[in-house]
Ligand binder design. Structure first.
Ligand code: C2E
Ligand code: MG
Ligand code: MG
Ligand code: MG
Length: 287
């Protein structure tokens, strides 16, 4: 009897694997024409400078709305794009959109774009970036590239030279989700990053974990020594914002400060800020 059940379990398992496989194949096929069908959109999430209380950068975050399935999370479709090579045309599109949007923003606000590992092997990338900067008139210093450790993991000679080329052009470089990999510190020695983005998981634990607080404080000291900015990601509450301000993080990002929003909404908010409106209800710069 037990054996029979085991067999059924096996068939169920096989069926669900097949189901997952089909779902991935279908998503891949759907993603293939997504740009042309205008199903992709870039949203922007504000990053606030904790000394001035002003938004000085926005992160470009890709959104895909499938005509039947609705919104699909980047956590689901970015890996598909990466494994099929679709990430190259998609990333070129995101970069062009982001530069175009940022060129309209008042007050020298920068834009940050996430870079997939595969992209650093794309020989057309720096040419593409230069042409996006040229056509939009966005100064290179206002474009930031966010990379995660996985980009650097392979000790990739090519990634190394591409990163140095970016820095020659004048682009800013951030290390994203810092602290989640297992050799983060080694990368700080090898590359000159402009910003460290402390991973959300440390911020989420800040009220209940002494360890999380100690790590944040150590990273702030390290960033200060190395002349880097330090950004706290995933700020969802006033308490968390208060903590990272007290710990002297230089910038913060999260739903409490602002959710990712379409380009027109962000432009309106940035324009209001340029006209003197404070970003948060409470002005951070007042004592
Ligand atoms: P990421 O670069 O670490 O981006 C931050 C993610 O955290 C975003 O998720 C953002 O919506 C979310 N987030 C921001 N504030 C909060 C908060 O207070 N609480 C919580 N719970 N979440 C917050 P999203 O947009 O779903 O993107 C997920 C990941 O997908 C990104 O992580 C990035 O690695 C990747 N991604 C997004 N857009 C692109 C893109 O254009 N190109 C590439 N290569 N990757 C992208
Ligand atoms: Mg990022
Ligand atoms: Mg991140
Ligand atoms: Mg992340």
């Amino acid at each position: 009897h037990a054996k029979e059940n085991g067999r059924n379990d096996f068939y169920l398992f096989e069926e669900s694997m097949e189901h997952q496989f089909m779902e991935l194949r279908n998503l891949e096929a759907a993603l293939r024409g997504a740009i042309e069908r205008e199903e992709l959109e870039v949203h922007y999430q504000p990053i606030i400078n904790l000394k001035s209380g002003k938004v000085t950068c926005c992160e470009a975050l890709l959104r895909w709305t499938h005509p039947e399935l609705g919104p699909i999370s980047p956590a689901k479709f970015i890996p598909i794009a990466e494994s099929t090579g679709l990430i190259t045309p998609i990333s070129h599109w995101v970069l062009a959109q982001a530069c175009e949007a940022a060129a309209q923003w008042p007050g020298d606000v920068s834009v940050a774009v996430n870079m997939s590992p595969a992209l650093l092997k794309d020989i057309h990338l720096s040419h593409m970036i230069l042409s996006a900067l040229y056509t939009t008139g966005l100064p290179a210093e206002r474009l930031e590239l966010e990379v995660t450790e996985s980009v650097l993991l392979e000790d990739n000679v090519q990634a190394n030279s591409v990163i140095r080329e970016f820095q020659k052009i004048g682009l800013k470089l951030s290390i994203d989700d810092f602290g989640t990999g297992y050799s983060s510190l080694a990368y700080l020695k090898r590359y000159r990053f402009d910003k460290i983005k402390i991973d959300t998981s440390f911020i989420a634990d800040v009220t209940r974990s002494k360890e999380a607080r100690a790590i944040i404080n150590a990273l702030v000291g390290l960033a200060d020594e190395l002349d880097m900015e330090i950004v706290a990601e995933g700020i969802e509450t006033e308490t968390q914002l208060g903590y990272v301000m007290g710990a002297r993080c230089t910038a913060a990002q999260g739903f409490y400060i602002g959710r990712p929003a379409p380009g027109d909404a962000i432009l309106r908010r940035l324009t209001a800020q340029a006209q003197g409106q404070t970003w948060l209800r409470e002005d951070l710069s007042s004592p």
